[in-house]
Design a protein around this ligand. Structure first.
Ligand code: GUN
Length: 287
């Protein structure tokens, strides 16, 4: 007879708080030795409510750690040229060490996201979205790593599991999460499968996985009974269910009956993204 034992929680809230404390100590030591505060520029275009919340949380974390936040909140009809010109100014500003343009840019205004991300100086690319940095990640060079994938890997390391040779399934193929997290898992010698909306038998793919990263943005898409017993489940999704509650891309309760470790939503991957953004900014400032 087998008894189901619920998964251990991977607590991103607690881990991110420890990381932010450590970053704060690094900033304090730098200031005490005569250095100036590292600066993160946050650029928010338009009035998407979720983006406002995400950027507010990032700015609060800057304050907590002692980073200087240079914030630009801009109308949705600002236009591509003026946005590019602001990025050029931030690229030139020695007080700015990291630049973040919150995505998505407003739709219906002809913003070219690729051109915007490529305009950020690769040295100030706190998000790790510049095509040069994404190419560097693919080839294993040292470069800023996108924040959510980096946070996912930190949580995965909390399990203490040996990853080499094991199977990882990434559900989602975005440039922000799916593709970079696949590269990071590959660099740890995992056998990586990337699934997406056209994958034929998602349940079978997920059922093979020792590590599942769900990053599609569809509430409860990954069903609990698909999970291989003992697997690590990392849920990147932040969605609202029918009752308006925040839920991930995974059916949490059913998955927790089978998984060995699982991240909650909220309080899992989300807070780690912010901690990694600040860590990238400190690294860009040479701290
Ligand atoms: N939109 C959703 N996630 C992110 C992120 O990590 N960085 C930025 N800039 N925009 C996002």
């Amino acid at each position: 007879m087998t008894t189901s034992s619920p998964a251990q929680l991977l607590d991103g809230k607690a881990l991110s708080a420890r990381i932010l404390d450590e970053l704060q100590q690094r900033v304090s030591a730098h200031l005490a030795s005569g250095g100036s505060a590292p600066g993160l520029a946050t650029v928010l275009v338009g009035d998407d409510p979720a983006s406002h919340i995400y950027v507010r949380n990032k700015r609060r974390a800057c304050e907590k750690v002692g980073l200087n936040n240079i914030h630009h909140e801009l109308p949705e009809d600002l236009g591509q040229d003026r946005l590019l010109s602001l990025i050029q100014d931030l690229n030139q500003d020695p007080a700015v060490h990291g630049i973040l343009v919150q995505l998505p840019l407003p739709s219906g205004f002809d913003y070219d996201e690729h051109e915007v991300l490529a305009a950020i100086s690769p040295d100030k690319d706190a998000d790790g979205f510049h095509p040069l940095n994404q190419g560097a990640l693919m080839q294993g060079y040292r470069a800023p790593i996108p924040c959510t994938p980096k946070g996912v890997m930190r949580l995965l390391d909390e399990t203490g599991l040996a990853l080499s040779g094991k199977r990882a399934v990434v559900v989602g193929r975005s440039n922000i999460v799916g593709k970079p997290v696949a590269m990071l898992l590959l660099a740890r010698h995992m056998t990586v499968t990337v699934c997406h909306s056209r994958t034929r038998d998602l349940a079978a793919e997920v059922g093979n996985a020792d590590v599942v990263v769900a990053a599609v943005g569809v509430a409860k898409l990954v069903q609990g009974d698909w999970i291989k017993p003992g697997a690590v489940v990392l849920d990147v999704g932040i969605n609202r269910d029918e009752e308006g509650r925040l839920v991930g891309d995974v059916e949490f309760h059913a998955a927790a009956e089978r998984a060995g470790w699982i991240t909650p939503v909220p309080g899992g991957v989300g807070p780690m993204t912010i901690a990694m953004l600040l860590e990238n900014t400190l690294e860009a400032a040479g701290l």
